[in-house]
Ligand binder design. Structure first.
Ligand SMILES: Cc1cc2nc3c(=O)[nH]c(=O)nc-3n(C[C@H](O)[C@H](O)[C@H](O)COP(=O)(O)OP(=O)(O)OC[C@H]3O[C@@H](n4cnc5c(N)ncnc54)[C@H](O)[C@@H]3O)c2cc1C
Length: 374
């Protein structure tokens, strides 16, 4: 009897997990992946869409092209998860599995911050990024705030990337002197993965004239005023927001979550329910919520499931990933981080350069080839 493996979500983590299982088991695999969408979009593409560098049509990858031996990808919306029975209900049916993996990412919740849903210009979803793109041409003078409304949130450096890209966008249009840019972040440094990267980002913000408030969150954006959790009020003409995040509602409605996220064993990514795993943004790992970290977690989950099916030792989660960061002027830096292999965080940092852009493009291309054969 083949073991039935059910993967919920065909995002960064789910695609990589299904690919690894197919690589290992071939046609003998019995892997079902369920996703409500028709396309995969890299997280960083949302910034490209927001600043009009690309359209949604340019950056989407159709699930029709994800074709792996032993894997079927089903388009359906998951409506309930019963981890005890390893049973999942969807809009169109139900599925049971020997191994269940929850890789449903994080949901953004604009309505959690008064005023944000009405403003609509939050760049953490494709729809929101398209609204930012539509709003930017009307912003010719005044104060723009890039504000984070909850923690944890995906891709810690992305809001700083947004601020630097906005600076560049306004300079290219000759509007920069008429505009102020402020970044509001709950973090104590601009990205917790690397002090060197944070220092370079802070230096770039200083040079660009981007004012940075750290260790504070935006709590409301009503009447053209952003209120921070320290009571400060900042009037704005344009607000580009990062909404509060949580595991998707269907996950929070299951018995899997404690608070907003799924608790897991950090080494194996297994939940308190036997043979039920959670990985990527949906899991409470304490690691950065980023695609490359979801990818390394997929490796640990694949290894754990394969060791149960075929015997042998499982390779634990390394907590590794790569942060590639836009500096707004075409340069990209990247930091390779490994949180869990050794006694402390190890980081190899590459300062911003045009070479870094080629590195980022090659990173994306290799995943497109691996998952979609493009
Ligand atoms: C602006 C921005 C920039 C970013 N930049 C980077 C970067 O440079 N590098 C990097 O590594 N990461 C980056 N990220 C983060 C990255 O996109 C995520 O961390 C990554 O996609 C997480 O992978 P995941 O598999 O956990 O979830 P996702 O990739 O989000 O996948 C979850 C999947 O679950 C599906 N789903 C959710 N609910 C349901 C349901 N009820 N039924 C069926 N399907 C459902 C969704 O459709 C989705 O396909 C960025 C994110 C943003 C927003």
């Amino acid at each position: 009897m083949k073991s039935r493996i059910l993967v919920l979500g065909a995002g960064f983590g789910g695609l990589e997990l299904a690919t690894l299982l197919s690589d290992e088991l071939g046609a003998e695999a019995d892997v079902t992946v369920i996703d409500k969408g028709n396309h995969f979009v890299f997280g960083f593409s949302k910034l490209e869409v927001a600043f009009g560098k690309k359209t949604f049509e340019d950056v989407r990858h159709s699930y029709r092209d994800f074709d792996k031996p032993g894997v079927r990808l089903i388009r359906d919306t998951i409506t309930a998860i019963d981890p005890d029975a390893r049973k999942v209900t969807t809009e169109n049916g139900s599925y049971t599995a020997d191994y269940l993996v929850v890789a449903l990412g994080a949901e953004v919740i604009p309505s959690a911050t008064p005023g944000l849903a009405e403003i609509g210009t939050h760049f953490y979803s494709v729809d929101g990024a398209e609204r930012v793109c539509a709003a930017l041409p009307d912003f010719k003078k005044g104060h723009a705030i890039i504000g984070i409304c909850g923690f944890p949130y995906k891709c810690p450096p992305a809001p700083t990337e947004c601020a630097l890209m906005l600076d560049n966008y306004l300079r290219q249009r000759g509007l920069r002197d008429a505009c102020e840019i402020t970044l509001v972040s709950p973090l104590s440094i601009l990205t917790p993965v690397s002090q060197e990267l944070s220092d370079d980002l802070m230096h770039a913000c200083d040079e660009a004239g981007v004012k940075v408030y750290l260790k504070t969150l935006v709590t409301s954006v009503e009447g053209g005023v952003a209120t921070l959790d320290n009571g400060r009020q900042l009037p704005f003409d344009l607000f580009l927001g990062v909404p509060k995040h949580a595991a998707p509602q269907v996950v929070r409605d299951s018995d899997l979550t404690e608070g907003d996220w799924v608790s897991i064993d950090l080494a194996s990514l297994e939940t308190a329910f036997p043979d039920v795993y959670a990985m990527g943004d949906t899991a409470k790992t304490g690691l950065p919520k980023a695609g490359s970290f979801a990818e390394s977690q997929a490796s640990a989950v694949a290894s754990g499931i394969l060791s149960k099916i075929k015997g042998g030792d499982a390779t634990p989660n390394t907590g590794s990933g790569e942060c590639q960061v836009e500096f707004g002027d075409g340069r990209v830096s990247w930091a390779d981080a490994d949180f869990l292999s050794g006694p402390k965080l190890e980081v190899v940092y590459n300062p911003p350069s045009l070479e870094g852009r080629k590195h980022k493009e090659a990173f994306a291309k290799s995943r497109e080839m691996r998952w979609f054969g493009e």
